[in-house]
Design a protein around this ligand. Structure first.
Ligand code: MG
Length: 418
């Protein structure tokens, strides 16, 4: 039996245990937590549609995050409880699916193999099937007096995870129960069991834990690295810009932290032709010379290399994607403004610049006397101390187009921290 699935992603949880952290939009492995599940379901042929139940104040943000995923048909505002949220998503599910799966947005580690196995099991399970893990610790029950009561036989215990998948009619029947029953359930299996259905389980082969505490983000990142799937095929790259990520300080770093300490490096290179009747601008400093650089903007080759280095470090695209050279808005543009806008983009995404190292390659004029001016100019634009900026000058020893004074090139490195 081939099944057609609607996946409901429960994303309305408050994240209280994470200290108010907006966990499902936090970056893990280079993309927001929620989008790991979205990418998996988007690529699964059995999945017909995806519906997200979001906290009311996050509906717009999650719509933006979900935009690259064509199977997402609705982002609905959830209710005060998990059941109320899933209930609203159910109302938006199409009637053409045979099965409905419910998955926690805070479980970004669901593996493709576990999902495939779950689908295969669901096709043969009239009462539905859930993904689960066996407890590895000893399990005790506790009394209200604060003392341990009894040791439970862990071989008869199971930790219920998600996805939990059921025939569509069965899940709808379960959600038709009275609201007190709905409110008391912590997962779909608890509700479906009340209909008398017998539910199967499948032990997850890969870690699939729920991000509950702030430290879980680091654990999830380590697991993704172990699987070698950091940033794999991320449709997230096609998003126009990182959305604003909440208010708290903990929410702020919205970029991709790929190293332990959040450091990232970027490289940029640019070259412009020299022509008569043009000013020579390098690092925002006008340098007296009989020829200048030709370009759509003011052709400040040093700032262009620097902009690319900064965008590169944050993986936010390149200068051409932000300031196209066929856009009339940037004709004759002051590249210092472009640099400032680039800096704003990085700041918004949670990055700050640590240092810059750049080299200008020009046969003429001699740039040594202008190095300090260029440093100060760039430092002022980036609101950094001049000590954080290094600008070096070289000639091309008379070789090639630069040596023939037909062009000037620049290279830049930027180090940033998330
Ligand atoms: Mg350029």
């Amino acid at each position: 039996m081939s099944i057609k699935v609607c996946v409901i992603i429960a994303a309305a949880g408050s994240g209280r245990r994470m200290g108010g952290l907006n966990k499902i939009v936090q970056p893990v492995g280079g993309r927001p937590v929620l989008t790991w599940s979205l990418a998996l379901f988007e690529q699964s042929p059995a999945v017909d549609e995806i519906i997200i139940a979001a906290a009311e104040e996050q509906v717009e943000l999650l719509r933006a995050l979900a935009a690259p995923y064509g199977k997402v048909t609705a982002v609905v505002a959830g209710g005060n409880s998990r059941a109320a949220s899933v209930s609203r998503a159910l109302a938006a599910a199409s009637s053409r699916v045979s099965h409905i799966a419910v998955h926690d947005a805070a479980r970004p580690l669901l593996s493709s193999a576990d999902w495939q196995a779950l689908l295969a099991a669901a096709a043969k399970a009239p009462g539905g099937v859930i993904l689960a893990a066996r407890p590895s610790d000893s399990v005790k029950s506790i009394g209200e007096d604060g003392y341990l009561k009894e040791a439970l036989d862990r071989n008869s215990l199971l930790l219920a995870q998600t996805p939990q998948i059921f025939p569509a009619a069965l899940l709808r029947e379960a959600y038709a129960m009275d609201s007190a029953t709905l409110e008391s359930a912590t997962d779909e299996a608890a509700l479906v069991a009340k209909t008398g259905a017998r539910i199967r389980y499948l032990q997850a082969a890969e870690p699939n834990f729920k991000l509950t505490f702030a430290a879980d983000l680091a654990l999830a990142e380590a697991e993704l690295r172990r699987r070698g799937c950091l940033m794999a095929d991320s449709p997230f790259d096609s998003l126009p810009a990182m959305p604003a990520f909440g208010q708290t300080a903990l929410d702020a770093p919205a970029g991709c932290k790929l190293t332990e300490d959040g450091l990232r490096i970027g490289w940029g290179w640019d070259i412009h032709r020299l022509a008569a009747g043009r000013p020579l601008l390098l690092g925002g400093v006008a340098i007296p010379h009989h020829v200048g650089l030709l370009g759509h903007s003011d052709a400040d080759v040093l700032l262009h290399a620097l902009i690319d280095a900064l965008l590169g470090a944050a993986a936010l695209g390149d200068i051409g994607s932000h300031f196209p050279d066929n856009d009339p808005r940037f004709r004759g543009a002051d590249s210092r403004l472009l640099l400032r806008q680039t800096h704003e983009l990085l700041t918004k995404a949670g990055w700050r610049i640590i240092n810059i190292d750049a080299t200008v390659i020009a046969e003429q004029p001699r740039l040594q006397p202008y190095r300090q001016l260029m440093r100060e100019s760039v430092a002022a634009e980036l609101q950094l101390a001049p000590q954080a900026i290094s600008i070096k000058a070289k000639t091309a020893e008379g070789l090639g187009e630069i040596g023939r004074q037909e062009a000037i090139a620049a290279q830049a490195l930027a180090l940033i921290r998330g």
